[in-house]
Design a protein around this ligand. Structure first.
Ligand code: PMP
Length: 398
């Protein structure tokens, strides 16, 4: 029965992790997968998470199923974090949120929902985008298109081309935006540009789907959802897929959510029943533990301020590594301008290194970055900075 089945190609990002694990070079460096590392090169469990878990362990009374959409405490906390506590979207009950297994789970549920209820819609993603976007949408049979985003010459957002691209997208299609910390470029629209994009979306009549995987890793918790909130002023409907993998360090607990915003609360309730259906036939209901941690932290003053402090320190460390990386390359005699890296946000930067240079880093130095030249800046530490910059300086000289 299975003789005709061939091996699937390795995942471009997670496959790199497997190769890294088998790398014999004792000085190997992993800047591939988007996982935060602290100064010791460790992906830490946040103190706020540990404390919340202790409480949960003492309070937990059952392991019975959650409902299809997850716990009310979590769902409310997600909406407040995304939209702001006093937003009318919440007071008017215009949004409904389902707890999903990670941001990927949210995107997959969104994909199934779109395929079923907007079957003619094409979904548009930025060029470039996170490697899994296209696959997730294609896996349910959606047509995926791409819109202009990045200018490889200026290493910046090509806003004119972006506007021109989106002006071609018809009513009824879906456009995916990265809410902040664009993966893989690290380049986000400015507040003024978000405003222009929201107006364009309203004029064209396409449905925005925000992927919010790094809230708090760019400028701050509130600042990083400015794009979403600006859109809410201009469009009546929206989908938001968010993840707590990075900002709570809950990678392996699989915590995310899909939120749907509608024009009326009645419409939101009705539409949400269809989201619930997608979930029921997929994984039935979500895993409890990670979301219980997030809800415990967000709904408790002391834990929340501890989390905010820890998130700020992750954000600050990445910003520091960006500046130091640029300076260290300069000190090592690299004449190519890498200053754009210190302007970018979040875990990633598009380094501009070619596939050949990426291969040299891996083969000659045991340094792993994604083939597109995307660097996970969150994996750089004071300790690996020198060997990393020495290696880059050496391959750029060749
Ligand atoms: N969207 C983007 C843009 C991401 O970078 C990621 C994680 N790398 C995800 C979604 C998925 O998040 P999760 O790990 O929570 O599934």
């Amino acid at each position: 029965m299975f003789e005709h089945i061939h091996a699937a190609p390795a995942d471009p990002i997670l496959g790199l992790n497997d190769a890294y694990r088998n790398e014999p070079n004792p000085n190997k460096i992993n800047l591939g997968v988007g996982v935060y590392k602290d100064e010791q090169g460790v992906t830490p469990i946040l103190q706020a998470v540990k404390q919340a878990e202790e409480r949960l362990l003492n309070q937990e009374e059952t392991k019975s199923y959650l409902s299809i959409e997850g716990s009310p405490a979590y769902r409310e906390a997600v909406q407040k974090l995304l939209f702001g506590e006093d937003h009318q979207i919440i007071s008017k009950k215009l949004a409904q949120t389902a707890h999903t297994p990670g941001g990927t789970g949210a995107l997959r549920v969104a994909a199934e929902f779109i395929k079923k209820h907007l079957p003619e819609a094409t979904i548009w993603v930025s060029n470039p985008t996170w490697a899994n976007h296209q696959s997730v949408f294609q896996s349910v049979g959606l047509e995926v298109g791409s819109y202009a985003y990045y200018d490889a010459n200026t290493k910046a957002l090509d806003f004119e081309a972006l506007l021109a691209s989106l002006s071609q997208i018809p009513e009824g299609d879906v456009v995916l935006f990265h809410a902040c910390c664009h993966n893989p470029t690290g380049i986000d629209p400015t507040p003024e540009q978000w405003y222009q994009l929201a107006k364009l979306c309203s004029k064209q009549g396409f449905l925005p789907l925000f992927d919010c995987a790094y809230q708090g890793f760019g400028h701050g918790i509130e600042e990083d959802v400015q794009g979403i909130r600006t859109f809410l002023d201009y469009v009546p409907e929206m989908l938001v897929a968010n993840s707590f993998s990075k900002n709570f360090g809950l990678y392996n607990e699989r915590v995310g959510a899909l939120t749907i915003v509608c024009e009326t609360s009645e419409q939101a309730e009705a539409t949400f029943t269809q989201v619930q259906r997608c979930i029921r036939t997929n994984y039935s209901n979500p895993p409890s533990h990670g979301a219980a941690i997030v809800a415990e932290i967000l709904n408790d003053k002391q834990l929340r301020s501890l989390w905010e402090m820890e998130l700020k320190s992750m954000r600050t460390r990445i910003h520091e590594m960006r500046s130091l990386f640029v300076n260290t390359l300069r000190v090592k005699g690299v004449t190519q301008d890498f200053s754009f890296i210190s302007q970018q946000q979040g875990m990633f930067s598009f380094s501009g290194l070619t596939p050949d240079q990426v291969a040299q880093l891996r083969n000659n130095y045991g340094i792993y970055i994604v083939g597109s030249g995307r660097i996970s800046v969150a994996g750089i530490t004071h300790e690996n900075m020198n060997p990393l910059c020495d290696a880059i300086a050496a391959i750029l000289k060749d």
